[in-house]
Design a protein around this ligand. Structure first.
Ligand code: PPY
Length: 330
């Protein structure tokens, strides 16, 4: 009997294939669900687009690594996304312990090492020390890298989670190989926001759009006052005005709102124009935050909020996915 289609309400987009760190993060956030509701996409931008479009109600995307920094493809996909279609509701933190997967008998036989750019970046010191002669090649994900390495298992290697060994058939050669033992990535859980039914020209209610079947983003649980409330803001400033960025930062400083991370990316509209992502330690419902938003509007600066959530940062969490004992290269 054919399996009934899974409703978009239950579809969770992630960077696939199964075996990526995004897959592990999605399984941690949505435990117990059948695998069928996890929908793999080959590129991070597609995960964000699928949630914004309502093809999937939820998504999980890597945002920042504690060693290698921001995941630029996530920032670039967010910057072209309307926050009215997508909101962040939770953060997931995973300890990242990479393994080198290869069937090469020794490291001097390895001619190329594949991984997601984040995987290569998080192990660069290890790679330079142990396989300086190899070419380092970017793949769309760590699990995709394992599949690519498996095409020439005696000369290629991949950096991935040890669990990617089973699907690729490549043995774990060395683990963990991350440059820092406290290496962690924080993932954002994103939800589709269904547009409110709008009135047509004749005053009637428009027929529901294809995405209206998707439930509105469940409000993220409001963190208590003692919990670490965060919001992700996106804005640009007039680059010709000296101090324009400083004025926005001063608004936050005056409201006693701490900035915990600041990123800048090309706007994608005009060369040499930038947008700023600021993660701040406040929730959208906080009066101080509402004050900042109102004042920015009065200053003609559009600050967009991608949502508020509880931060889980702090002391390093214990390793969530199981990983084998540390084993260095022979
Ligand atoms: O490629 C993956 O497995 C991902 O989920 C992206 C990534 C890569 C390396 C560390 C954390 C996330």
């Amino acid at each position: 009997m054919a399996t009934p289609p899974v409703s978009t309400d239950h579809r969770i987009a992630y960077l696939g294939p199964p075996g990526t760190y995004s897959y592990l993060a999605a399984r941690q956030q949505f435990p117990g669900g059948p695998d069928g509701v996890l929908v793999p996409y080959e590129h991070l931008g597609e995960v964000i687009d699928a949630v914004a479009a309502g093809d999937c109600a939820h998504g999980v995307v890597p945002y920042e690594n504690s060693t290698y920094g921001s995941v630029l493809t996530t920032l670039d996909a967010l910057k072209r996304t309307d926050p009215a279609r997508l909101q962040i509701t939770h953060e997931v933190i995973l300890r990242i312990e990479h393994a080198l997967l290869t069937a090469a008998p020794s490291l001097d036989r390895v001619t190329s090492v594949y991984s997601h750019p984040q995987g290569l970046g998080q192990c660069m010191a290890w790679l330079r020390k142990h396989v300086p002669h190899a070419a380092y090649r970017e793949a769309s994900s760590t699990a995709a890298a394992a599949a690519l390495a498996a095409e020439a298992p005696a000369t290629r290697a991949a950096i991935a989670h040890p669990s990617a060994s089973a699907a690729s058939g490549l043995p774990v050669f060395a683990s963990p190989i991350s440059d820092r033992a406290d290496n962690q990535t924080r993932f954002l859980v994103i939800h589709h926001v269904a547009s409110a039914p709008s009135r047509g020209a004749a005053g009637g209610v428009r027929p529901p759009a294809a995405t209206a079947a998707v439930a509105a983003a469940p409000p993220s649980p409001l963190p208590t006052a003692s919990e670490d409330r965060r919001s992700l803001l996106l804005f640009t400033v007039d680059h010709a005005v000296p101090g324009a960025l400083c004025r926005i930062l001063a608004l936050l400083a005056t409201a006693k709102i701490n900035i915990t991370q600041l990123d800048t990316r090309p706007s994608g509209r005009t060369p040499w124009e930038y947008v700023f992502f600021a993660e701040v330690q406040a929730h959208a419902v906080d009066p101080a935050m509402q004050d900042v938003m109102a004042q920015a509007t009065a200053m003609d600066v559009a600050i967009q909020s991608f949502g508020s959530y509880r931060s889980l940062r702090g002391p390093a969490p214990s390793s969530s996915p199981p990983s084998p004992a540390r084993r260095g290269p022979p």
